[in-house]
Ligand binder design. Sequence first.
Ligand SMILES: NC(=O)c1ccc[n+]([C@@H]2O[C@H](COP(=O)([O-])OP(=O)(O)OC[C@H]3O[C@@H](n4cnc5c(N)ncnc54)[C@H](OP(=O)(O)O)[C@@H]3O)[C@@H](O)[C@H]2O)c1
Length: 269
Amino acid sequence: MIYKTIQGVDVPALGLGTYLLTGRACRRGVAEAIDIGYRHIDTAAVYGNEEETGQGLRDAGIAREDIFLTTKIWMDNLIPGRIAPAAGESLSRLRTPYVDLLLIHWPTPTMELEACLDEMQALQEAGKVRHIGVSNFPPALMRRAAAHAPIFCNQVEYHPYLDQSTLRALAQECDALLTAYSPLARGAVLRDKTLKDIAAAHNKTPAQVTLRWLLQLDNVAAIPKASGSQHRRQNFDLFDFELDNEQMRRIDALARGKRIGNPSWAPAW
Ligand SMILES: NC(=O)c1ccc[n+]([C@@H]2O[C@H](COP(=O)([O-])OP(=O)(O)OC[C@H]3O[C@@H](n4cnc5c(N)ncnc54)[C@H](OP(=O)(O)O)[C@@H]3O)[C@@H](O)[C@H]2O)c1
């Protein structure tokens, strides 16, 4: 495993994303991921799979402190007074006394950011949340959040087709993690000629090369989702090779402003 040290804490840089993993597939998938060696799991209240994620962790028989577990507060609960109950419901569904990271899932134009962060910090002081963070925060909003509270992470879309160097520099400045979601561009990287060439040179796949590229970037973690056992194993099998500077630069050069997750409620990026 590669770890990223953020605010003095070592975070496993490769995690399992669970969006669209539900029911028994989620429970089994999370348990199997732990067996493979994953120690970082990403869920969210809105994914509707917190119960199964928690069950999977218990099935795996892993000590709670050996897992880095993230969940997220959905937009309708970004109101002072609602955050603590929403987080409490997530903890009940996960059946865990705390999460390692609690994120604001998406910013909204009406949220009172500072008041929301205050409530999240109170949860931190109560031991229900180890670290607090944000997701889908563009640079100006990330700066505002970090000026108010110790933001541990900004989780954003990040893959070879979307340059996130501004947010990455900001993460370094704030001693925060930049967690890459949709790191495989939902599968688009698999067909890429440059990534295929680099993969062939290492006897790896384009998915492994893409994840390795992210993990070699300062302050970056990646949370690929894989519903199949083979993909979960393949995505974890990337600690035995390294991309050189030229290969890193060739992948950097693939950026073309392609954004997959751009719902109607997205902020102005
Ligand atoms: N904060 C946010 O707003 C936000 C938004 C989106 C996602 N996320 C998080 O980020 C996670 C990952 O993002 P994502 O699910 O959007 O996209 P992703 O991880 O880029 O792509 C997932 C797709 O790639 C396939 N895949 C995975 N490993 C593969 C491999 N080795 N070879 C070939 N195909 C492979 C998966 O197929 P199979 O499923 O068939 O294995 C799935 O179709 C989510 O699950 C979620 O936890 C967060």
